[in-house]
Design a binder for this molecule. Structure first.
Ligand SMILES: *[C@@H]1O[C@H](CO)[C@@H](O)[C@H](O)[C@H]1NC(C)=O
Ligand SMILES: *[C@@H]1O[C@H](CO)[C@@H](O)[C@H](O)[C@H]1NC(C)=O
Ligand SMILES: *[C@@H]1O[C@H](CO)[C@@H](O)[C@H](O)[C@H]1NC(C)=O
Ligand SMILES: *[C@@H]1O[C@H](CO)[C@@H](O)[C@H](O)[C@H]1NC(C)=O
Ligand SMILES: CC(=O)N[C@H]1CO[C@H](CO)[C@@H](O)[C@@H]1O
Length: 476
C-alpha cells in the first residue's frame, strides 16, 4: 500500500519535473557561452550538448515517414488515466521489504535524472536511500553527501575534488550546478563507492540484500522481485553483477546495478565506520570506483563477483543486441536511459497483459522492433552493425551494394553504410541504434534492417519458459 503522502510526493515531483524541463531548455541556450570555472585542470567542462547546436538540428531534421519504434505497445495502448488507479507493477508485486535500494547520483545531474527515476522504477519501493556528492533536501527527499566523511586531507588536495569544492561555491552564490556537468562529475563519482556501501549498511543494517544503482539505471521492478524470490533469504556472502574488468581484475559494473547480500556487508563493514576511510587513498590510481569496491571485497574477504549478465546489463532497448545471447532471459536492469526512454519502458510494462510473468528480452524486443511498424531504412542513423564486409577487388561498395550484400547473406538482420565507403552488417543480433547526424565535413551514415528476417527469427525462436541466469564465475 501507498503511504498517505504518496500523492503529495508525486505532485511535488511532477512540479519538479516541470521546473527541470524549464531549466534544461534555458540551459540549452547557454551551451556555447564560456562557463566561468576556475578549475585548476585546464580541461574545459563539457557543454550541455556534445556535438551540435540546436539550430543545426532544426535545420537538418527531416520528418520520418515511419512512426518511431520506441513508443507504447500499439496493441494495448497504455491509458494514462490508469495511472490514477495505480501502478500495475505494484499491484503485481509489493515491495518485498528485504532489500535496501541505494541510489548514487551527483549534484550536477540530480535534477535532470532523479525525478523520472522516482516516478518510474522507484514507484513501488517503500524505502530507498539517496546518495550524492552534496547534502540536499529536495521536497520530501533527503539526499546525503556520500563524501562527507572522506579523508579531509585528500579532499582538500586531490585534483579530482575540485568539482566537489566548486559545488559548494556554486551553492553559496546561487548558480546552477547543472552547468558543471561533464567529465569532472564522472571523475569525482568514483570516490563515492566504499563510503556509499558503508553508509548504506550502517543506516539500514541487517537486511537480506543491498541493491546499488544509479539515476540512469532502469530496473524492471517485477523481474527484480521475482529474482529476489528465487535467491532469498541469502545464507552466505554474495556479490552479483554484470562483470567488467580493470587490469584483469573483475568487478560488478556500477551503472548496471550491484546486488550484495547482507551477510557479505556484515563481514565487510562490521558495526561501525572505518572500512571506507582505510581505502580513501587507493581510488585516485584506479579508473573506477566499482573496480575499487571489487578489489577491496576480494582483499578483505577473498570473495569475487559472480556474473549475472545479461539479466543485469549495461545496455538499453535501443542498444541491446536482441538475438541468441539476449532472448529468453528476464531483463532486470538496463543502463544509460534518458528520461523519455525510461518513460517508454514504463508504459510498455504497464501495458503488458500479465505483470506477474517475467519480462524477457524477447518480449522487450517488441518495444524497439514492433512487429508491424519496424524501421526498415533510416538516413543518418547508426544501427551498430559490426561485421565489416570486404568486396572483391577491394572495391568500395555503394549504399545499394552494401544493402544487397546483406540481403544475400543467410541471416543478415541489418546493415550500415557510411560515406567513407564502409559496409558493415550484423548477423548475430538485431539492434536499433540511434540517430547519427552528419559531421561538419559531410560524413554520413545510413542504416537498414531486413524486417522479414527479424520477424522470421522471432517467430522461429519462441521462449518455452524463462531462462533465469545462474550466478557464475567471471571467466566462465
Ligand atoms: C540551414 O539550411 C540553409 C539551406 O540549406 C542554409 O543556407 C543555412 O546556412 C543553414 N543554417 C545552418 C545554421 O546550418
Ligand atoms: C588522510 O590521508 C592522509 C594521506 O594519505 C593520511 O596521512 C592521513 O592519516 C589520513 N587521515 C585520516 C584521518 O585517516
Ligand atoms: C581464496 O579463495 C580461493 C577460492 O575460493 C581459495 O582457493 C584460496 O585459497 C583463498 N585464499 C585465501 C588467502 O584464503
Ligand atoms: C508478426 O508479423 C508476421 C508477418 O507479418 C505474422 O505472421 C506474425 O503473426 C506477427 N506476430 C505477432 C506476434 O504479431
Ligand atoms: C557499437 C558500434 O559498433 N559502434 C560503431 C557505430 O558506428 C561507428 C561509425 O560508423 C563506429 O565507429 C562505432 O564503432
Amino acid at each position: 500500500m501507498r503511504s498517505p503522502d504518496f500523492k503529495r510526493r508525486k505532485t511535488a515531483w511532477v512540479a519538479l519535473a516541470a521546473i527541470c524541463l524549464a531549466c534544461t531548455l534555458s540551459l540549452l541556450f547557454y551551451q556555447y557561452e564560456d562557463i566561468p570555472l576556475s578549475l585548476s585542470s585546464s580541461r574545459p567542462v563539457n557543454p550541455v550538448l556534445e556535438t551540435q547546436t540546436i539550430n543545426d538540428h532544426l535545420n537538418t531534421t527531416t520528418p520520418s515517414s515511419s512512426p518511431s519504434p520506441i513508443s507504447s505497445n500499439s496493441a494495448t495502448p497504455y491509458n494514462p488515466s490508469n495511472a490514477v488507479q495505480g501502478d500495475r507493477r505494484c499491484q503485481a508485486f509489493a515491495d518485498p521489504g528485504n532489500v535496501v535500494f541505494v541510489i548514487k547520483t551527483g549534484a550536477t545531474e540530480i535534477y535532470e535524472k532523479l525525478p523520472t527515476q522516482l516516478l518510474t522504477t522507484l514507484g513501488c519501493t517503500e524505502d530507498f536511500l539517496l546518495f550524492s556528492d552534496l547534502d540536499e533536501q529536495i521536497g520530501p527527499y533527503r539526499i546525503r553527501d556520500t563524501l562527507a566523511d572522506f579523508n579531509e586531507t585528500l579532499k582538500a588536495t586531490l585534483p579530482d575534488f575540485e568539482l566537489y569544492r566548486l559545488q559548494h561555491e556554486f551553492r553559496r552564490t546561487n548558480q546552477d550546478m547543472a552547468r558543471l556537468k561533464g567529465e569532472h562529475a564522472w571523475k569525482l563519482d568514483k570516490y563515492k563507492f566504499l563510503h556509499l556501501v558503508e553508509k548504506a549498511w550502517l543506516e539500514r543494517p541487517g537486511r537480506d540484500w543491498y541493491f546499488f544503482f544509479e539515476t540512469d539505471t532502469y530496473i524492471v521492478w517485477t523481474n527484480l522481485v521475482l529474482w529476489l524470490q528465487r535467491i532469498s533469504p541469502p545464507t552466505e556472502p554474495l556479490y552479483y553483477g554484470s562483470v567488467a574488468y580493470f587490469m584483469n581484475d573483475p568487478f560488478a559494473h556500477g551503472g548496471s546495478g550491484i546486488m550484495i547480500s547482507g551477510k557479505l556487508l556484515e563481514q565487510f563493514i562490521g558495526g561501525e565506520p572505518g572500512l571506507a576511510n582505510k581505502y580513501d587513498d587507493v581510488f585516485e590510481s584506479n579508473c573506477c570506483g566499482d573496480s575499487v569496491l571489487a578489489n577491496t571485497i576480494r582483499k578483505e574477504l577473498n570473495i569475487t563477483v559472480q556474473n549475472m549478465f545479461p539479466q543485469i546489463n549495461g545496455e538499453k532497448p535501443s542498444t541491446l543486441p536482441f538475438g541468441p545471447t539476449h532472448w529468453c532471459q528476464p531483463v532486470v536492469t538496463m543502463h544509460h536511459l534518458h528520461p523519455r526512454e525510461r518513460a517508454a519502458i514504463f508504459d510498455f510494462e504497464q501495458a503488458r497483459p500479465d505483470l506477474t510473468q517475467p519480462l524477457t528480452f524477447a518480449e522487450l524486443s517488441h518495444l524497439t522492433f514492433p512487429n508491424d511498424t519496424m524501421f526498415d531504412y533510416e538516413e543518418d542513423w547508426d544501427n551498430l552493425s559490426n561485421i565489416g564486409i570486404e568486396f572483391a577487388g577491394a572495391l568500395s561498395p555503394s549504399l545499394e551494394t552494401c544493402r544487397d550484400a546483406c540481403k544475400g547473406l543467410k541471416q543478415c538482420f541489418q546493415w550500415r553504410y557510411d560515406t567513407d565507403g564502409k559496409c558493415e552488417v550484423s548477423t548475430q543480433a538485431f539492434r536499433l541504434g540511434a540517430k547519427r547526424w552528419p559531421t561538419k565535413d559531410g560524413h554520413r551514415v545510413f542504416s537498414g534492417w531486413n524486417t522479414d528476417v527479424i520477424r522470421q527469427w522471432r517467430e522461429d525462436h519462441p521462449c518455452h519458459g524463462v531462462k533465469w541466469v545462474e550466478p557464475r564465475a567471471p571467466d566462465s
